[in-house]
Design a protein around this ligand. Structure first.
Ligand code: EPZ
Length: 467
C-alpha cells in the first residue's frame, strides 16, 4: 500500500526484500559548498563509451592490442574482469590496457560479471566471430530504461547465427563447416549505438560483405571502426548512416589511443557555465560537441576554441532559457540531457526538455526540485521554469548522468549539498570531484553513517584485474 501526497509517492513500509544498511554501515557521499567560482584548466579523460566497445573489440584480434587514453573507471575495470574471465590476458596501466586474445577459448561470459556491467554484452559479437559460438547473459534493464538487445540479436541472426534465449542467457552459434558468420544486408529499425557496434565487430571476420543501414553515427562508433581498421579490418562509411564491412580471415595486433570523452567535456563546460566561471578544458574534439556548444551559446554562454584541442567557457550577461530535444548523433546527446537540465534550472524563462532516446531518463527531476528547482516532468517531457537560485540539500543520485547533474546543481546552490549514490558517478566520471576541487570548487568526498532505512546500491568491491 502506498500513500500519495502532493506529487511524491511515499511508501510507509520499506521494502524488506532488499538488504538494509546495517546501523554501523558507512557510505561515501559528496559534500559541496556551493557558489564558489572556478578558474584554470581541467583535463578530459578518454571516452568511456569508446573504451568499453573497443575493449570488447580487442577479442577480435589474434594478437596483442595496446590501448591508450583508457579512463580509470569502475565500468572499465569491470570490462577487464569480463575479458579475463574469457581466458584473455589483460594488463592494466594507469591509462592504458594491454589485451591479448590470442588464446580466446571461453565462449561463456559469466553472469556475475555481465550483470554488473550492461556494456559487457558487447563481447557477444567478437566471441561469435572468433569461436562460432557464444553464451552471454542477457543484460538487465537499468534506471533509464528496459535496454533491450533485440536489434543486436536480429542482426546476428541475419548473419547466420542461430540465437535463442534460455534462462536469461543468449545462446548463439553458427552452424556449417567453418562455423563462420556470413555477410548480410542489415537495416536497423533504430540507429542503436550498441547494435551498430555489435554488428560492426561481428562483420569484421564474417565471410563476405555486410551493410548496416540506419547505422548509429556517434563518434564512439567511428572510434571503434578506426580501432578495428587499425587491426586490418575493412570498414567503410563509419560516421554515416550506412556502414559497409568486408570480412577478413584474421585481425593483427595494434596500438591505439581512444578519443576524448565528449560527455565529460560537456559536463565540465556546464560546470563553468553554472558557476559563471571562465575555465579551459582539453583535450576535446569540438566537432563531437556541436549540438551541446550550439545550445550553450543559445543560452548566452561563451564557448570559444582554446589552443589546438581545447575549449574555453565563460559566462555571458545572463542565462537565457532554451528548448532541448535529445536525438541520435549528430542531434543533442541524451547523455547530456540531465547536465543541461541542471543549467536550465537557473536560466531566465521556461525551457522544454524532450527525451526521445530512453523511456525513463527523467529521474533527476525530483532530486533537482529538492535543490529548489521548478521542474514539472510528464512522461519524457520536462518544463523547467528558471529560478533565481538553488539551495543546497541532501540528494540521492539515481543513475550516472543524473549524478553529474546533481554535482553541477550543487556547485551553484547556496549552502551545502550532500549527494548519496556515488556508485553511479564513479561508473562514468574518473575523479570528477578532484577535478572540480582543483578548479576551486569546495567539494569533498567523505563518509556518513548509512541511512539504515535505505538499501545501499554499493556493489561488492571488484577483485583487481591481474596486472
Ligand atoms: C550507448 O548505449 C551508450 N552506452 C549510452 O551511454 C548512450 O546513452 C546511448 O548509447 C545513446 O547514445 C555505451 O556506449 C556503453 P542504444 P546503448 O542502443 O548502446 C533502444 C551513459 O550514460 N534499443 O543507442 O545501449 C534502447 O532501448 C550511457 O554513458 C532497442 O530498442 O544505446 C534505447 O531506447 C547511458 N533495441 C535506444 O534504442 C536494441 O537492440 C537507444 O539505445 C538496442 C537499443
Amino acid at each position: 500500500m502506498v500513500l500519495k501526497t502532493e506529487d511524491r509517492t511515499i511508501n510507509p513500509t520499506p521494502d524488506l526484500s532488499t538488504p538494509l544498511a546495517s546501523p554501523e554501515a558507512q557510505e561515501s557521499v559528496l559534500k559541496i559548498w556551493g557558489q564558489q567560482s572556478l578558474s584554470g584548466h581541467v583535463s578530459v579523460n578518454g571516452a568511456k563509451n569508446a573504451a568499453l566497445p573497443i575493449l570488447a573489440g580487442a577479442l577480435l584480434c589474434s594478437g596483442e592490442c595496446l590501448l591508450h587514453n583508457i579512463p580509470a573507471l569502475v565500468d572499465v575495470r569491470r570490462m577487464g574482469e569480463v575479458l579475463a574471465a574469457l581466458g584473455v590476458q589483460v594488463k592494466c596501466g594507469p591509462h592504458s590496457v594491454m589485451v591479448n586474445a590470442r588464446d580466446l577459448n571461453e565462449s561463456h561470459a559469466p553472469y556475475e560479471l555481465v550483470s554488473q556491467l550492461r556494456a559487457s554484452f558487447f563481447v557477444i559479437g567478437p566471441i561469435l566471430a572468433r569461436l562460432g559460438v557464444a553464451r552471454v547473459p542477457l543484460p538487465g534493464g537499468c534506471a533509464i530504461g528496459a535496454r533491450p538487445v533485440d536489434l543486436h540479436v536480429r542482426g546476428l541472426q541475419k548473419m547466420g547465427a542461430e540465437v535463442h534465449i534460455d534462462h536469461g542467457i543468449v545462446h548463439a552459434q553458427v552452424r556449417g563447416r567453418n562455423r563462420r558468420l556470413k555477410g548480410a544486408n542489415i537495416y536497423l529499425d533504430y540507429p542503436s549505438v550498441g547494435a551498430t557496434e555489435t554488428l560492426l565487430m561481428a562483420a569484421t571476420l564474417a565471410e563476405g560483405e555486410t551493410t548496416i543501414g540506419n547505422a548509429a553515427q556517434e563518434p564512439e562508433v567511428v572510434d571503434l571502426a578506426n580501432f578495428c581498421r587499425s587491426m586490418g579490418a575493412r570498414i567503410y562509411g563509419a560516421g554515416t548512416n550506412t556502414i559497409t564491412i568486408v570480412g577478413v580471415s584474421q585481425l593483427h595486433s595494434t596500438e591505439y589511443a581512444i578519443i576524448p570523452d565528449r560527455v565529460e567535456a560537456g559536463t565540465l563546460l556546464i560546470a563553468g557555465a553554472i558557476t559563471r566561471s571562465a575555465i579551459q578544458i582539453s583535450p576535446v574534439m569540438p566537432e563531437h560537441l556541436t549540438a551541446v556548444i550550439a545550445k550553450l551559446r543559445e543560452m548566452g554562454v561563451q564557448v570559444t576554441p582554446e589552443g589546438d584541442r581545447g575549449l574555453r567557457v565563460a559566462p555571458g550577461y545572463d542565462l537565457q532559457a532554451t528548448d532541448v530535444e535529445t536525438l541520435p548523433y549528430p542531434g543533442f546527446p541524451t547523455d547530456m540531457q540531465a547536465p543541461m537540465m541542471a543549467l536550465l534550472t537557473l536560466a531566465k524563462g521556461d525551457s522544454v526538455i524532450t527525451e526521445t532516446v530512453f523511456e525513463n531518463r527523467m529521474r533527476h527531476v525530483a532530486e533537482l526540485n529538492r535543490l529548489g528547482a521548478d521542474i514539472r516532468a510528464k512522461g519524457n517531457h520536462a518544463i523547467v521554469r528558471g529560478v533565481p537560485f538553488l539551495s543546497g540539500a541532501p540528494v540521492l543520485a539515481t543513475d550516472l548522468r543524473a549524478s553529474a547533474a546533481l554535482v553541477l546543481a550543487g556547485l551553484a546552490a547556496e549552502g551545502v549539498t550532500t549527494i548519496r549514490g556515488l556508485y553511479h558517478l564513479d561508473r562514468g566520471y574518473a575523479h570528477l570531484d578532484q577535478k572540480l576541487q582543483n578548479l576551486g570548487a569546495r567539494i569533498q568526498r567523505t563518509t556518513i553513517p548509512a541511512d539504515p532505512t535505505v538499501a545501499i546500491e554499493e556493489p561488492a568491491p571488484l577483485p583487481s584485474v591481474p596486472a
